[in-house]
Ligand binder design. Structure first.
Ligand SMILES: C[S@@+](CC[C@H](N)C(=O)[O-])C[C@H]1O[C@@H](n2cnc3c(N)ncnc32)[C@H](O)[C@@H]1O
Length: 270
């Protein structure tokens, strides 16, 4: 076994041990509930745009995007644009590295790698800030509900021109909405890529922690993921590429993060 393989093997052993350590999990649960009471997820920026994510999930996305090397990232839920800029920055990095390895001169604007954001309400100040950002040339936006048939058709049309697609769902967190998003967009996920469903953690949090929101225990992205995977199992679905669609929650990602808003939500297409 090489030193790298030994390092990876030891890490996987420690990740599995951490993920099975009940007191570590309890500490994480307590930390999470406290962090939520301080609106922790609102306190970060990516290249100057507010991003509503935990830093741990941002690192996980970086690992995924580097591994998958997508040419299209579909994101529902834009808000201030931070997650779009995160995706765009990693797509720009992929372009840069590809050119460096091939010895090509890079023209940053001549890129096939795009991030497509969909939001029901793209506020004017956010739209301007995103459109004026130095990475805007990687970004397209659609305003409308992510489950509107017309929006879904537009996204499918765009996906047709791409080979490697990563899907990230982070808009309205009700069961019904996320289930409809999964039906609409999960089939666009390329083989060995992911459909990441954020805020599945709502199911694991104390009852009534979001009193002013329509979602909560029993009605959230995790219940939608369960129902969608059950449908795939029972009824089957075809992916965009024509092959049968199947996903598995990536336990290594959530095992190493522990602090994540997406437990059971890092869905790898298998
Ligand atoms: C949690 S924020 C997205 C955060 C963003 N992904 C980030 O990481 O910074 C949720 C967004 O979903 C949008 N949204 C709510 N309902 C929606 C719908 N039906 N379709 C599309 N977007 C929706 C809201 O307008 C809001 O901007």
């Amino acid at each position: 076994m090489s030193q790298t393989e030994e390092f990876d093997k030891r890490n996987l052993e420690f990740i599995a041990r951490g993920a099975a350590d009940k007191s570590f999990l309890e500490l994480t649960r307590q930390w999470f509930a406290t962090a939520n009471s301080h609106e922790y997820s609102y306190h970060f920026e990516w290249l100057s745009r507010p991003i509503i994510q935990y830093p741990q999930d941002i690192v996980a996305l970086q690992e995924l995007i580097w591994r998958i090397k997508p040419d299209l990232i579909i994101e529902t839920g834009i808000a201030h644009g931070g997650s779009l800029i995160l995706s765009a920055s990693l797509l720009a990095m992929l372009d840069y590295c590809e050119a460096a390895v091939a010895g090509h001169t890079l023209n940053p604007r001549d890129t096939r790698r795009r991030v497509l954001g969909i939001d029901i309400d793209i506020r004017q100040h956010n739209r301007i800030a995103i459109e004026e950002h130095p990475l805007a040339h990687h970004i397209d936006m659609i305003q409308g509900s992510s489950i509107e048939p017309d929006v879904v058709t537009q996204v499918h049309g765009i996906a047709r021109d791409h080979d490697r697609v990563l899907v990230i769902l982070d808009s309205n967190h009700t069961h019904e909405h996320v289930l409809a998003e999964l039906e609409a967009y999960a089939p666009l996920t390329s083989k060995e890529s992911y459909c990441v469903v954020f805020d599945t953690v709502i199911e694991d949090m104390p009852e009534n922690i979001f009193p002013d929101r329509p979602w909560g225990k029993g009605n959230n992205p995790k219940t939608a993921v369960r129902e969608y995977l059950r449908r795939l199992d029972k009824e089957g679905r075809k992916a965009f590429d024509g092959d049968p669609l199947a996903f598995r929650a990536d336990r290594i990602i959530e095992g190493k993060l522990l602090i994540t808003v997406a437990p059971d939500g890092y869905l790898m297409r298998v």
